[in-house]
Design a protein around this ligand. Structure first.
Ligand code: SF4
Length: 184
């Protein structure tokens, strides 16, 4: 029970913290919706910066968000092409995903070295190379865009990113959507 986890004797205090937490998440999503891009680096920002534009029809996947309808319906667990997101038109990453993307690039490179040492067929190493290159391009475009922002705006994005990463970490490996039902 949340009240017990937070060790609050007064349930109203617990509810207060929970509301703040939801509010922070909502605000973070609203900020982040302005910086969503696709795999080519084209902006896919919601026109109003609303939470709906960012999440209502998307689901969190390991390196960003996915808008592929069947995968969204399955809560992010049924990617038809094994999460090769950087090559997929349904991929919608945002700056909060940057550390996960960079971690994945490193993992792909390490896998590539292992594969080469195993003497696998060329198509295996080619695929790993191509994926690493595609994710590297996604991350580079995102970083470029962030660098071009005024300091206060970049700071706002970094704070919102930290909130969303915390939300995801709290749902470790469950790949649940960050959907916020918000009519605003
Ligand atoms: S590869 Fe495409 S369909 Fe699969 S999770 Fe990534 S964005 Fe979604």
């Amino acid at each position: 029970m949340l009240k017990e986890l937070l060790d609050h004797t007064d349930i109203s205090v617990t509810q207060g913290y929970y509301r703040v937490s939801l509010q922070r998440k909502r605000e973070a999503i609203k900020v982040m919706s302005r910086y969503v891009q696709d795999r080519s680096g084209e902006s896919r920002a919601g026109s109003s910066g609303s939470t709906a534009g960012y999440e209502l029809r998307s689901v969190a996947v390991p390196f960003g968000n996915c808008i592929e309808p069947s995968n969204v319906k399955a809560g992010g667990k049924q990617c038809p092409i094994r999460f090769q997101c950087a090559g997929c038109g349904f991929y919608r990453p945002d700056p909060s995903c940057l550390p996960a993307i960079e971690e994945h690039i490193n993992a792909l490179k390490a896998d590539r070295e292992t594969a080469a040492a195993m003497g696998v067929d060329d198509f295996v190493t080619r695929n790993l190379d191509d994926q690493a290159a595609a994710f590297t391009q996604v991350a580079a475009t995102m970083r470029e865009r962030l660098q071009a922002l005024p300091d206060d705006e970049r700071c706002e994005v970094e704070q919102a990113s930290a909130v969303l990463r915390k939300v995801r970490a709290g749902r470790a490996h469950k790949l649940l959507p960050l959907t916020v039902k918000d009519s605003a």
